[in-house]
Design a protein around this ligand. Structure first.
Ligand code: F6P
Length: 319
């Protein structure tokens, strides 16, 4: 393997740049050439491909977003789209591709692998919703952004003795909400994995109020529904002044934490190692702080689960 390509796909996540840097530098260290693909699979089909040098990834380790830019492409989901992409890869003489993204991006990588094109996936998404890795690149940074926001909202919540509903990202997964809720001492955490526990939420708010608590913080993952709807329902059932704050895209940007930079560097470099060993169709991950890899087909057929003990603990600490 002499020439490899790299792309970022799906939602951007802080730390993606650190992963790109690791791939480029590690590959060049081993005497390979690296080609950067712009705007994910869309750019791949269009041949938006450029050679990267050591300097192409200078001064990016601390930056959020992705210097390669990202996109979600419907055309690439078709046979024709995938053939177009392979044509471009052949045209540039690229022997293997590293895809940084979430499960949608890995579906694409799996398709290319099935067509005989070697791909390795690197998990990059703030949602932490991928099977086969304890953490995804971007999760820690997003979590810290959420904590900073909730700490500020808490000041207003106390001053005005209100209930605050904080809606955080996480389309199908509750990790951001669960970790943020635990880290911020939230009264309740409402996540897609536990959709039926709403009655407990109102009971807890009322109990807290009766005990003289000055405010309540409730963290809702976007995957369970609108924070505003929850806000209305909670205000109606508790008869306490309630406000809603949807954190939105602020969670996706910003300089990656040290933890995300280190994770991204390790995973990016490991992806290159696998290609060098002639391995493909795998996603790299981290488990108990050790590098691991799994077949992408396995990753796609299994679901990431929340840590049940953590969920239970969050309840025990917010009685
Ligand atoms: O998967 C990451 C994520 O930020 C989700 O939490 C969110 O639902 C989604 O992406 C939003 O995607 P888009 O950028 O397409 O609006």
């Amino acid at each position: 393997m002499k020439k490899i390509g790299i792309l970022t796909s799906g939602g951007d996540a802080p730390g993606m740049n650190a992963a790109i840097r690791a791939v480029v530098r590690k590959a060049i260290y081993h005497g390979m050439e690296v080609y950067g693909v712009r705007s994910g699979y869309q750019g791949l089909m269009e041949g938006a491909i450029e050679k990267m040098e050591l300097g192409s990834v200078g001064d990016i380790i601390h930056r959020g977003g992705t210097i390669l830019q990202s996109a979600r492409s419907d055309e690439f989901k078709t046979e024709e789209g995938q053939e177009k992409a392979i044509e471009q890869l052949k045209k540039f003489g690229i022997d293997g591709l590293i895809v940084i993204g979430g499960d949608g991006s890995f579906r694409g990588a799996q398709k290319l692998t099935e067509k005989g094109y070697p791909c390795i996936g690197v998990p990059g998404t703030i949602d932490n919703d991928i099977y086969g890795t304890d953490f995804t690149i971007g999760f820690d940074t997003a979590l810290n952004t959420i904590i900073e926001a909730i700490d500020k909202i808490r000041d207003t919540a106390t001053s005005h003795e209100r209930t605050y509903i904080i809606e955080v990202m996480g389309r199908d997964a509750g990790d951001l909400a669960l970790w943020a809720g635990l880290a911020d001492g939230a009264e309740s955490i409402i996540i897609p994995e536990k959709p039926d526990e709403f009655h407990e939420v109102t009971e807890r708010v009322i109990r807290g109020h009766e005990r003289g608590k000055k405010h309540s913080i409730i963290v809702v993952a976007e995957g369970v529904g609108s924070g505003f709807e929850f806000g209305k329902k909670i205000e109606k059932e508790t008869n306490l002044e309630t406000r809603v704050s949807v954190l939105g895209y602020i969670q996706r940007g910003g300089s990656p934490t040290a933890s995300d930079r280190v994770l991204a560097s390790r995973l990016g470099a490991h992806a290159v190692d696998l290609l060098l060993q002639g391995i493909s169709g795998k996603m790299v991950g981290i488990h108990h702080n050790q590098l691991v890899n799994h077949d992408i087909s396995t990753i796609l057929s299994r679901k990431h689960h929340i840590d049940e003990d953590m969920y239970q603990l969050s309840k025990e600490l917010s009685i």
